[in-house]
Every structure is written in structure tokens, then in C-alpha cells.
Write a protein that binds this ligand. Structure first.
Ligand SMILES: [Zn+2]
Length: 365
């Protein structure tokens, strides 16, 4: 039973959810975890006594230019305080610079139809954290009587029997470097290491150890060249899954019944969906990618056989046979630059607001 070690407890009071993952958890204090409730017993089918998301209290709805890790944690605490009966918050791992990677789960954690959506794997692409957070908040609203329809089916009906894992901020150390430079780093030793790598911190893509997390997965990793040394981008690390942030997503994907996965990036306006898959996985991947293309208006990558390698999507498709896509956002108005300025957020959101429901639709019908 994979989930026996997961306990429901407050993640902000020192107690932490552990999912039995293999990722690093150094620095985490789990000595006061109280095994009050097995998370596997939780589900979202109970009638709701909750209300809709208090948008005025959530920083993500104020559209800040830099939605930081602290802003994210502020909003996560509000969600935890108000919706503990409807969401489970799991700390996947601690990062080298002492932050957490969090998975917010809607739906039955043992369900057959599970979806993973994550953002900000590349540091400077942090506007995608806001996309995934807004998707989470709107999905909570759907559980509480809100929402619209997709292809004539209510969002609430589409979410039935589907579990969504939202990981809005998968590289919090890197995002802090891109947003705040060296002053965004907590640990003196890590700050010195980052300083020695140099570069334009605003354009930082890697984690705090200089590893490009989307080149740290076991799909063509050994063949991939890239940078030879830790740097702001394209250094693949010492081994597949060497980084706690990547290892966390690997464990999450392996431990749950993930059937579809979406990785958010910038800057572009298209969908990558292929990495050497064939047969049924190829057919499922095309169906999934076409549905998301229809929902967002983003075209599929037309040069899809020119694959990159060692990314999350590549690994999930190739090693696990999970239809997975990378959605590149931010260039909807023809502006190509990172970090994508906040003034483009509304255009990004319009394209991506139905992605959760389109994914559920494709999975169920
Ligand atoms: Zn990226």
C-alpha cells in the first residue's frame, strides 16, 4: 500500500505530508507529525459545505509582476485553511535552498483517472505558476457550485471520477533566483555556488544547483549533451533524477495512477507531445494533444520528430507510456521573451482556463 505513510496534518505548523517518495527531504522535521487520518480515506465526493475561493485574499488574483514562493505559500495556507475537506496538500520534497515542492490534490488519491499538471520547472518561466494556481482555484470553485461547461458537459460532471495533482511551483529555488537574484537565496554556500556560475539571474532556468530540471529525466539523458558544468541552463546534472525536484515528480508519477500529464513552459504558443512513442500510446497521445490544442487554440508542434531529450514529458511518454504534453504559453500576442511580463497573463489565462476540463473530457470520453 503506497499511501500508508501519508498523514493529514498541517504543513505550515511543522508537520509535513510524506508520501513515501524517494526524494530528498533533508531539513524536514517530521517528528511531530500526527497520524490523524490516512489521506487515502479522503475523497471529494462528500457534499460541500465550503464556499467559493476568496479571490480578494489570494495574491495570485492580484496579478503581481512576480508571484513569489512566499506569495504561493500565503495562498496555499488560505486554501489549506478553507478547503481541507476538499484538497490534500502533500509536500513532495525539500529543495536544496530550503523551500518545499507541493502537490495539491483534488479528487480520490487512489482513483484510476489521475492527471498531473505542473508549472515553473524552468525558473524564469514563473508566470506558469499563476496559470496552474488559477486552474486549481477555479477547480475548487467548481467543487463548490461554480464553473461552466466544456463541450456541453458541466465542469463539475467532468471532474467526477478524475483526480488532479496540481504542482504550481516545481522549481521554487530557481524561481527565487530569477525573481530576486543572489538575494533570493537563503543558504550562504548555495549563494556562493550560484555566484560562481554567474550569468544573468533574471534569465535563470535551472535549480539552485545549476541543473536544468527539464534535462534531468531518463529519456535520452545519456545521449544529451548540453552544458558540461552547472549553469543557468542546459546542464543535465550528474544522473537522471539526481535533483530532488525532478525526483519528486518521478516518484509522484510512478506512485499514483497518472494517466495524463501537462508540463507548463514559456515562451511560445504551441504544444509538444511526441517522444518516440508508438502504438496505442501514440494514438492516445495524439488524441490528448488534439483535445488540448482545440481547447487552447495552440497548434501542435509541426516538427515533432525533431525531439529534444531528457525532459519530463519525454520520460513520462517513453518510459511509462503516459500521454504527456508540454504547453508553451506566453507568445499569444507575438511577443517572445522571458520572463513573460504580467500584462500578458490575461491572454494566457483565456487560452488555458479550460485545460483541466478538456483533459478530463479526453480521459473519460
Ligand atoms: Zn521551459
Amino acid at each position: 500500500m503506497k499511501f500508508k505513510k501519508i498523514f493529514l496534518a498541517s504543513f505550515l505548523t511543522g508537520a509535513i505530508f510524506f508520501g513515501g517518495f524517494g526524494c530528498a527531504s533533508e531539513g524536514a522535521d517530521n517528528s511531530n507529525v500526527t497520524p490523524t487520518k490516512n489521506i487515502a480515506e479522503s475523497n471529494n465526493s462528500a457534499p460541500s459545505n465550503e464556499s467559493k475561493i476568496p479571490r480578494q485574499d489570494l495574491i495570485v488574483y492580484s496579478s503581481p509582476e512576480k508571484y513569489s514562493y512566499d506569495d504561493f505559500m500565503h495562498d496555499l495556507k488560505i486554501i489549506e485553511n478553507n478547503y481541507s475537506s476538499q484538497v490534500q496538500i502533500i509536500k513532495l520534497c525539500d529543495t536544496p535552498d530550503g523551500r518545499g515542492v507541493y502537490d495539491i490534490v483534488l479528487g480520490d488519491i487512489n482513483g484510476d483517472n489521475q492527471v498531473l499538471i505542473f508549472g515553473a520547472m524552468h525558473a524564469r518561466e514563473y508566470i506558469t505558476t499563476q496559470v496552474v494556481m488559477r486552474q486549481l482555484c477555479e477547480a475548487i470553485d467548481v467543487l463548490n457550485g461554480g464553473g461552466g461547461t466544456y463541450r456541453g458537459i458541466s465542469d463539475a460532471e467532468l471532474l467526477k471520477g478524475v483526480t488532479i495533482h496540481f504542482v504550481p511551483l516545481s522549481n521554487p529555488d530557481g524561481v527565487s533566483i530569477s525573481q530576486f537574484g543572489l538575494s533570493g537565496i537563503n543558504n550562504d554556500s548555495i549563494r556562493n555556488q550560484v555566484a560562481s556560475m554567474g550569468g544573468d539571474y533574471v534569465q535563470w532556468k535551472a535549480n539552485a544547483r545549476g541543473v536544468d530540471l527539464n534535462r534531468n529525466f531518463d529519456a535520452g539523458w545519456y545521449e544529451f549533451g548540453g552544458s558540461s558544468y552547472p549553469s543557468s541552463e542546459r546542464y543535465k546534472g550528474t544522473a537522471p533524477g539526481s535533483e530532488p525536484e525532478a525526483a519528486a515528480l518521478i516518484s509522484l508519477t510512478q506512485d499514483y495512477h497518472i494517466k495524463r500529464a501537462i508540463s507548463y513552459h514559456t515562451c511560445g504558443a504551441l504544444i509538444y507531445w511526441y517522444y518516440k512513442q508508438s502504438g496505442e500510446v501514440l494514438a492516445q497521445s495524439q488524441k490528448f494533444a488534439n483535445e488540448i490544442s482545440s481547447a487552447t487554440g495552440y497548434p501542435l508542434d509541426d516538427d515533432y520528430t525533431a525531439v529534444d531529450a531528457a525532459g519530463y514529458k519525454d520520460w513520462a511518454v517513453y518510459k511509462l507510456g503516459i500521454p504527456s504534453i508540454t504547453i508553451e504559453t506566453g507568445a499569444e500576442s507575438g511577443f517572445y521573451d522571458n520572463p513573460v511580463p504580467q500584462r500578458f497573463f490575461n491572454g494566457i489565462w483565456e487560452r488555458n482556463k479550460n485545460v483541466v476540463y478538456a483533459t478530463a473530457y479526453e480521459l473519460k470520453y
